[in-house]
Design a protein around this ligand. Structure first.
Ligand code: SF4
Length: 177
């Protein structure tokens, strides 16, 4: 049987959701027989290619994130989002309390360890947008919340997709043991 092709990306994220995926431990061996990872942060191919399942971790914080979300949506049949940042903005959306200028100044100047550092010119940075969850930019088919989602929840969601079902997470997958 042909393997299910998967593409994924992390946008404005900490990578914790993809790390939680790797926490499924030995179950990854069984999954490897059934799925093929195409461009993902783990495989590090750069161009998205058509896939059965697309996965996004992280919120949308700039125009590049918006473009990546649209590229994944255009290349997949089912789009699943992992983690609170992707599902509803999560901790990343705290940035919305501040202006773009305040955020950039804090990041590049105030907190820099290099003296005289300054905010890069606008051509070097993708323009920031108000932080938003993925479903405010593209259609999302299934959600795996949590910060990060437990490995159990991620494995359940992937297993359901492999069985041809859109996952509805049982409550026991939504908390850590
Ligand atoms: S949901 Fe949590 S673990 Fe996932 S990217 Fe956001 S902050 Fe990181």
């Amino acid at each position: 049987m042909a393997k299910v092709k998967v593409i994924s990306a992390w946008l404005d994220a900490c990578a914790g959701c993809h790390m939680s995926f790797l926490d499924i431990d030995e179950a990854i061996i069984g999954l490897a027989d059934k799925i093929e990872l195409l461009p993902t942060p783990i495989t590090d191919f750069k161009e998205f290619t058509p896939a059965d399942v697309g996965i996004i971790e992280g919120a949308i914080s700039n125009e590049h994130d918006e473009e990546v979300a649209k590229q994944i949506r255009a290349n997949c049949k089912i789009l699943m989002v992992w983690g609170d940042c992707a599902v509803f903005g999560g901790i990343v959306s705290m940035r919305n309390l501040f202006s773009n200028e305040e955020v950039l100044d804090r990041y590049y100047s105030t907190e820099s360890t290099t003296s005289n550092s300054k905010v890069p010119c606008s051509e070097e940075l993708p323009p920031l947008v108000k932080v938003k969850p993925i479903n405010q930019v593209v259609k999302v088919d299934c959600y795996v919340p949590g910060c990060p989602p437990s490995a159990k929840a991620i494995l359940y969601a992937l297993s359901e997709l492999l069985e041809g079902r859109i996952p509805v997470l049982p409550s026991e997958t939504m908390r850590y043991d």
